[in-house]
Write a protein that binds this ligand. Structure first.
Ligand SMILES: Nc1ncnc2c1ncn2[C@@H]1O[C@H](COP(=O)(O)OP(=O)(O)OP(=O)(O)O)[C@@H](O)[C@H]1O
Length: 710
């Protein structure tokens, strides 16, 4: 165990985070300043021709603007756009048609900044950051800005850590940096009798819970794919509550937190979910602070004042007279103060009564928790969070114990929010893992990860830390396997699908639960024929021989002019034809399109496959491997794309990405790739190709057949 100096660790993190922010800001700036508004709209980064449809007061006394199409332009649905709940944006007067960068300079600054809180077909709602801003009355546009809010909180947290005196470091903090060893756990504690709420837990789950209950400072629960990590955490939470502990439960994304809230709610645990309601799953809303402040007994005192504020807001918009406006603003200010005061009281009563508070890691740094203390912090999906993010709840909660659940052998935190990169920047800056960061228009997916884009993650500081090293990784390196327990029974995959990842990554320890180990597509609970595909758990279409070459997308006349934002990526047209053939065979056999997913690491290939398959099989799901982490499907088809005489494999070289790809299916995994190219990429890839040749149902495609079938 090598201990780390806490202040210099924080300093190095601050510098890495700052590099990261600068890179991101530069990229956004370049993009929005070099394109006309209409281009930005097409790229999903702006919405044009808007007008204020209504204005009211929301939670926290914030002004909510509802924006819909300007009646002068039209009515009804908004055009396709990429604005999503949680995006940071500016509402401003729309530049005139030809107004370009120069004229627009500083324009976004002059508008009002806010956060998108609701998106539906006809309108978008934005919560403004500042009070009392004048919204121009002409035609408006909404333009996405770089999200530096996340960075600010990370920065504050790391600065706090940096400035702490050694005497202020809790025992937990010392253990997290190797300055103290974790308190040894006695055999009796590990074998203590526990009254289980869920008797169906398997032995590795029970062991992990006993271990986490016995540990005084840290416990890592390592949950390989499908092993019931969240299931285990629920029991752990109930057990800790039985022991009268107060808990702060966090995850890196809203969905990871909601997942826990949904499963906890059947246990009638008094809990509060922090976070903006617009970003929460519907089933979770009843536990959200906003809904609780409206429905609890104390809520009435807040409601009447809210109405009064809305009325004042409305009158401001009608008044043109400056003096009158100023007077109303003054009254609003007093009302808002009173509102916050009352709301604050309701909120703190609610929080004080909750034994469990749940929020994103980021949300744990909000002002609601300032006065709250907890005994234990639990982080789900911890290996998908930046270390600095994990420190937010650790420092804010004052907790003495930390439980991290995750799987460091799947992908670490990544660029999930749409990042605004021009083709030029995208070509020059490869992402965190040298991956295809050109998310561009191909997958403007809703994704509300609060993890910043790691454009600079590869930068290694002198002390060997990168942003990509998660707390989970670092603790394992620091304290070794003694601080972790692994869950070993998986409830997802057929045993043949599980075999390779288990032996190559999980020390051969995974066991397939009886309920899943022999499940095939032909056994689906609806009518599926028994065919050469539906009776095979693993199929490998080996395209070796050079007839299935990859192409760089730019060779193909600038991606057909589809977008300047789609930069260099790889495609493999012949592989795409095999995907089509295989998928149509499955569907002809009776497998529902909804039960099939196609994943590929390259956005170029994804775009090509979407073009040709989406219309034909609407239920089919297509996505990047990275975007599919955490998901599962009955059948998964993976197109590996790379096939070249140089045997270059690009980011197939990242085994954690391939691990994610091969562990998504329940009953059927179909791999399409060139074993000659892929097999030379790394030891792991060589072993995988060897495994497939030995164990999969091998197919050698014939180009002529493809022309018929594809
Ligand atoms: N002891 C158990 N007995 C039966 N089924 C279980 C058990 N533990 C977990 N499962 C089932 O396994 C599946 C996966 O569980 P869960 O969603 O908790 O896993 P996870 O590890 O959090 O998932 P991921 O692999 O996405 O991280 C669920 O359908 C769950 O009901």
């Amino acid at each position: 165990m090598k201990s780390t100096d806490i202040a210099s660790f924080a300093t190095s993190q601050l510098s890495l985070l700052n590099d990261e922010l600068q890179a991101e800001l530069a990229e956004t700036q370049l993009l929005t300043s070099t394109h006309a508004p209409t281009v930005l709209q097409r790229a999903g980064l702006a919405l044009l021709n808007l007008a204020v449809a209504s204005q009211r007061t929301g939670f926290g006394g914030k002004t909510l603007l509802e924006l819909s199409l300007d009646p002068a332009v039209g009515s009804g649905q908004l055009p396709e756009h990429g604005l999503r709940v949680g995006d940071i944006c500016a509402v401003a007067e729309q530049p005139k048609g030809a107004e370009r960068k120069k004229e627009r300079d500083g324009m976004e600054k002059r508008g009002a900044e806010g956060v998108v809180t609701k998106v539906w077909r006809e309108a978008v709602t934005v919560a403004l950051n500042k009070e009392d801003v004048d919204i121009p009355s002409g035609k408006l546009w909404l333009v996405k800005l770089a999200n530096d809010v996340t960075h600010k909180r990370l920065n504050q947290t790391m600065t706090k850590l940096q400035k702490m005196q050694p005497s202020e470091h809790s025992t937990l903090t010392q253990v997290l940096f190797g300055q103290s060893s974790p308190t040894p756990i006695s055999k009796e504690d590990l074998n203590a009798d526990v009254k289980w709420h869920d008797p169906s837990l398997n032995d590795s789950q029970k062991d992990a819970i006993r271990f986490a209950l016995a540990s005084r400072e840290i416990a890592l629960i390592h949950g390989p794919p499908g092993t019931g990590k969240t299931h285990t955490l629920i029991e752990l939470i109930l057990q800790l509550l039985d022991r009268d502990q107060r808990l702060l439960v966090c995850g890196p994304s809203n969905i990871s937190v909601d997942n826990v809230v949904e499963r906890l709610s059947s246990h009638k645990v008094p809990m509060v979910r922090l976070g903006h309601p617009a970003r929460l799953l519907p089933g979770v809303l009843n536990h959200s602070l906003e809904v609780l402040t409206k429905t609890s007994d104390a809520a009435a005192i807040v409601t009447d004042i809210r109405g009064e504020m809305d009325a004042k807001q409305a009158s401001i918009r009608k008044t043109r007279n400056g003096r009158e406006r100023r007077a109303i603003y003054g009254e609003m200010k007093d009302l808002r103060k009173e509102y916050r005061h009352r709301e604050g009281r309701v909120v703190s009563d609610l929080l004080r009564g909750s034994k469990v508070v749940l929020s994103t890691l980021h949300g744990a740094g909000g002002y609601h928790l300032k006065a709250e203390k907890f005994d234990v912090v639990i982080v789900d999906e911890a290996s998908q969070a930046l270390e600095a993010q994990c420190w937010i709840p650790v420092l804010s909660s004052g907790a003495s114990r930390l439980v991290l659940a995750g799987d460091h052998l799947q992908l670490p935190p990544t660029i999930k929010s749409l990042n605004t990169k021009s083709s030029k920047v995208a070509k020059e800056s490869k992402g965190a893992r040298g991956e295809d960061v050109t998310k561009g228009v191909a997958d403007l997916d809703v994704n509300d990860k609060e993890t910043p884009n790691i454009a600079t993650a590869k930068k290694v500081k002198a002390d060997n830390t990168t942003l990509e090293t998660t707390l989970f990784d670092r603790l394992l390196a620091l304290h070794g396997d003694n601080i972790k327990r692994m869950l070993t029974t998986q409830y997802r995959m057929h045993e043949s699908i599980m075999a390779f990842p288990s032996s190559a990554l999980y020390e051969g320890k995974l066991i397939a639960a009886d309920s899943v180990k022999t499940r095939l597509l032909k056994d689906l609970p609806y009518d599926v024929q028994d065919t050469e595909d539906t009776r095979e758990p693993v199929v490998f279409w080996d395209t070796q021989g050079g007839d299935f070459p990859e192409k760089t997308e730019d060779d193909d006349s600038g991606a057909k002019g589809k977008s300047s934002l789609l930069a260099e990526s790889k495609v493999n047209e012949h592989e795409a034809a095999i995907v089509r053939l295989h998928v149509s065979n499955l569907i002809t056999a009776g497998v529902k399109a909804e039960d099939i997913a196609i994943v590929t690491p390259y956005n170029g290939q994804l775009a090509l496959l979407s073009q040709t398959l989406k219309e034909r099989f609407p239920g089919l799901e297509l996505g990047s491997i990275d975007g599919f982490q955490g998901r599962e499907k009955e059948a998964v088809v993976v197109s590996l794309v790379r096939s070249n005489p140089e045997h270059e494999v690009g980011f197939l070289g990242e085994k954690r990405r391939l691990n994610v790809a091969m562990t998504r299916p329940k009953r059927h995994l179909c791999i399409i790739g060139d074993s000659e190219t892929v097999g030379r990429g790394s030891k792991f890839l060589k072993a995988w190709m060897g495994f497939l040749e030995e164990n999969a149902d091998l197919r050698y495609p014939d180009l002529a057949d493809l022309q018929d079938g594809g």
